[in-house]
Design a protein around this ligand. Structure first.
Ligand SMILES: [Zn+2]
Length: 402
């Protein structure tokens, strides 16, 4: 994240280069007010760590064009694992969020944190062997998203209804025993919201995202930052009660929750009652893709229920865009959600609102997660700590990896 320009250590300079705000040593001198000698020292430190490379001067202009500084996107790899209840999608990407290799692992999230993470770490090792063949194997950071709330203070899952055996499990510690690097653990809807934000909706703030798969999740991004809430429960709309649905028992143990009425699991159960063999959000997705009329009708009805809660969300945060993703994301779901939102909201609250299907599909969580890890690895204070640059920084660990 950007900071005011006071300390201007190597980390701040790297941040300016990464943001495209500066590209030459002279730009840095102008932007920071540092002397040419100091700028040279900082740039040398960044080059020595392999974080920045310098190209030119360009001979075709007679050597007059100054050398250009760029972030070395291939400094190291970011490993990301997007966990659903039944599978983990693993990726290795560079620091510019470009995917280099992918891997799929079947999991059962209910096996608990220790067993599932062992399997994911094993998958990461396989992914690294793949990357090694292409020349890169240094890991700069690891990200993991989970289908449940994550406490922002502990980075542990916090009473996740779909994840028995994970409550308060030390996910970061488990990952760091395998890879001793910065780790990000995030709720999947939050990571998905950030992925959509950085890819398609940089100018839309706030951005709200509703993910309708087997459960229902929601992520909110304000000024480029995920709104986590004090316990990581921000946007947890799946367990808001709907009037008149006390017959619907929810996975959380309560009755009448939105997720019990309008999630992929709920729609799958109703289709099952009509004689289909559906049990999950992905089963419903297959029927929607086949143009199944009843699946479309029930999904639209689910959308209307979701839209009732979404209209409250719209009134509370007045988003510029509401993105709909997940297994049930379809024209039918979008139509149902829009019907309720426009019926129940004041014209002013929806004047500039765009309700749209996600642009990244299933890769959105991975994109958001990788972005968060890159931001953490390249955070100015973290970079300074890694380079042993302690000026004006308090309480930063001085363990160096680079
Ligand atoms: Zn519930």
């Amino acid at each position: 994240m950007g900071r005011t320009m006071a300390p201007a250590g190597p980390g701040d300079i790297l941040h300016l280069i990464r943001e495209g705000a500066v590209s030459t040593r002279r730009d840095i001198t102008t932007a920071t007010g540092l002397s040419r000698v100091t700028v040279a020292q900082r740039v040398d430190a960044l080059r020595g760590a392999g974080l920045v490379y310098e190209s030119g001067p360009d001979e075709s202009t007679g050597g007059r064009r100054p050398a250009r500084l760029s972030l070395n996107q291939d400094h190291g790899l970011i490993l990301a694992a997007v966990l659903d209840t039944t599978h983990a999608e693993l990726t290795a990407s560079n620091l510019a969020n470009e995917v280099i290799a992918t891997r799929h692992r079947d999991i059962n999230i209910a096996d608990g944190g220790a067993a599932v993470l062992d399997r994911v770490m094993d998958g990461f090792r396989g992914l690294l062997r793949q990357c090694k063949r292409h020349g890169s194997s240094r890991v700069d950071g690891v990200g993991l998203s989970v289908p449940g709330p994550v406490d922002p203070r502990t980075a542990r899952a916090s009473q996740p209804p779909l994840m028995p055996g994970w409550d308060d499990y030390d996910v970061t510690g488990h990952i760091q025993r395998a890879f001793d690097v910065p780790v990000v653990v995030e709720n999947d809807a939050n990571a998905t919201a950030l992925g959509e934000h950085v890819s398609h909706h940089r100018d839309a703030s706030p951005l709200a995202l509703i993910k309708v798969s087997t459960g229902i999740g929601c992520g909110i991004v304000v000024n480029g930052c995920i709104l986590t809430g004090v316990d990581g429960g921000s946007g947890d709309i799946g367990h808001v009660r709907l009037d008149g649905h006390d017959d619907a028992v929810c996975t959380c143990g309560s009755r009448g929750c939105l997720a019990a009425v309008a999630s992929g699991r709920a729609v799958a159960a109703r289709l099952c009652g009509l004689g289909r063999s559906t049990s999950s959000g992905s089963d419903v997705r297959k029927l929607l893709q086949q143009g199944d009329v009843e699946a479309g009708q029930l999904t639209r009805e689910a959308g209307r229920h979701i839209g009732r809660i979404a209209s409250t969300l719209v009134s509370l945060i007045n988003p510029g865009v509401l993105v709909i993703t997940g297994d049930l994301a379809s024209p039918a779901l979008l139509a149902g959600i829009q019907e309720s939102i426009y019926e129940l909201s004041l014209p002013r609250a929806v004047r500039h609102l765009r309700v749209t299907l996600g642009g990244l599909g299933e890769s959105a969580a991975q994109v958001g997660l990788t972005q968060m890890v890159a931001d953490k690895v390249l955070d100015p204070a973290a970079v300074d700590a890694q380079l042993g640059h302690q000026q004006d920084r308090r309480g930063q660990p001085s363990t160096r990896r680079w």
